[in-house]
Design a protein around this ligand. Structure first.
Ligand SMILES: [Zn+2]
Length: 322
């Protein structure tokens, strides 16, 4: 009788906070703990509720660039990477937006650009298929990540080994602070299983989704930027951003006079500039940004613009490549 009561209590708690409770199981997802500052490809495995916490973003949006050198130029690679990003973007209630920005000549270095590349080395040789590096600030905050696929292996996007999307889904999981799962069941293994599991690695299992929701629940991003219109704002105008030689043009239509606030954030979710904070009339509006902030010019890279009116909020990715 006493045991049965305990089970009922446990079941009720599980409904309220499944992510936390799952970590008390013998096998479950694990997060990356590393309290160091700087660039690292290592960390200890900890449960979601570990008192020491784990590495995490403070923004919900992460932009990625591809270095097309070596096998990064193979047909289908961009689509495979985007599919892997979409898998993580579809996890709810976590609402992360991992987006593909375009190509870059940057490499596996700390340079403010989240880069995917194919290379031999970078700490990934022999049987290693890919490696992720995290750049950490104090407080276990991730400010940049890079992924290096082992160019010595043969990579494919047509369903034969090794599958770019499956490994990309796994590595993007690491870039979101998720370590290797301890779940070792024979079928439907989580994407975050330590070894290559073939095409089944493309799709996330509940253990993978629980891991991202764990991070979202424990370290709710300060800046919730989502692609397109936020929930419940069907009349909200869209915001678009186009690069120009001196920066970027941000464009948005207003159906009627409204108070407009247009803010810019870096990939770590820190506010960098307010471009507009004023009443504006109906019509198409375009605002140019040359990278200027109250602290001077920002570096080239990926930023996020957020448009807020009385109707709601919307956002766009801004690329500065001057
Ligand atoms: Zn791994």
């Amino acid at each position: 009788m006493h045991r049965m009561t305990n089970q009922q209590v446990t079941a009720a708690v599980a409904c309220a906070c499944a992510g936390l409770l799952l970590t008390s199981r013998s096998e479950a997802f694990r997060m990356i703990r590393n309290a160091g500052v700087g660039r690292t490809s290592s960390g200890s495995t900890v449960p979601c509720n570990d008192p020491g916490g784990f590495v995490h973003w403070t923004t919900s949006s992460v932009g990625w660039s591809l270095n097309p050198a070596n096998q990064g130029s193979k047909a289908g690679v961009v689509g495979a990477l985007q599919n892997a990003m979409t898998s993580w973007n579809q996890v709810t209630p976590a609402s992360y937006t991992v987006v593909y920005i375009g190509t870059t000549s940057r490499g596996f270095t700390t340079d403010g650009v989240n880069t995917v590349m194919w290379s031999v080395g970078n700490g990934c040789t022999g049987g290693c298929l890919a490696i992720t590096a995290l750049v950490l600030q104090s407080g276990q905050v991730i400010t940049e990540t890079d992924i290096s696929f082992n160019d010595a292996a043969t990579w494919n996007t047509n369903g034969s080994d090794y599958d770019v999307q499956a490994i990309a889904a796994h590595e993007f999981g690491h870039t979101l602070g998720i370590h290797h799962t301890e779940v070792k069941k024979a079928s439907n293994r989580p994407t975050m299983y330590a070894n290559y599991i073939g095409l089944s690695g493309r799709t996330l299992e509940s253990d993978d989704r629980d891991a991202l929701n764990c991070s979202f629940n424990r370290y709710r991003p300060a800046v919730l930027v989502v692609a397109g219109v936020e929930t419940g704002n069907k009349t909200m105008a869209t915001l678009s951003a186009r690069p120009n030689p001196h920066g970027a043009n941000l464009r948005f239509p207003l159906m009627h006079e409204d108070h407009v606030r247009l803010d810019l954030f870096n990939v770590a979710g820190r506010h960098v500039a307010t471009l507009v904070d004023a009443e504006m009339g109906p019509g198409e509006h375009e605002v140019a940004w040359d990278g200027a902030t109250s602290q001077g010019q920002v570096a080239n890279g990926v930023y996020f613009a957020r448009l807020a009116t009385r109707e709601g909020r919307t956002s766009a990715t801004v690329i500065l490549a001057r």
